[in-house]
Write a protein of this length. Structure first.
Length: 57
């Protein structure tokens, strides 16, 4: 069950990358696809960096 969010985020990055390719071909608006790709990569890196840390007492 732990791998389910990871798979969803990787799939979201692939979809955003595909939209970015379509935007570079001028089929999809670039102003929409670029923030989507940025947010998807940002969420993925945030998820990977979010470890269970000991924060003290």
């Amino acid at each position: 069950m732990r791998k389910f969010p990871f798979v969803i985020m990787v799939l979201f990055i692939f979809i955003a990358f595909f939209l970015q390719i379509l935007a570079l071909l001028k089929i999809f608006p670039l102003l929409i696809s670029t923030p989507i790709l940025f947010v998807s990569i940002f969420i993925f890196i945030f998820y990977l960096n979010d470890r269970k840390r000991f924060r003290g007492f």
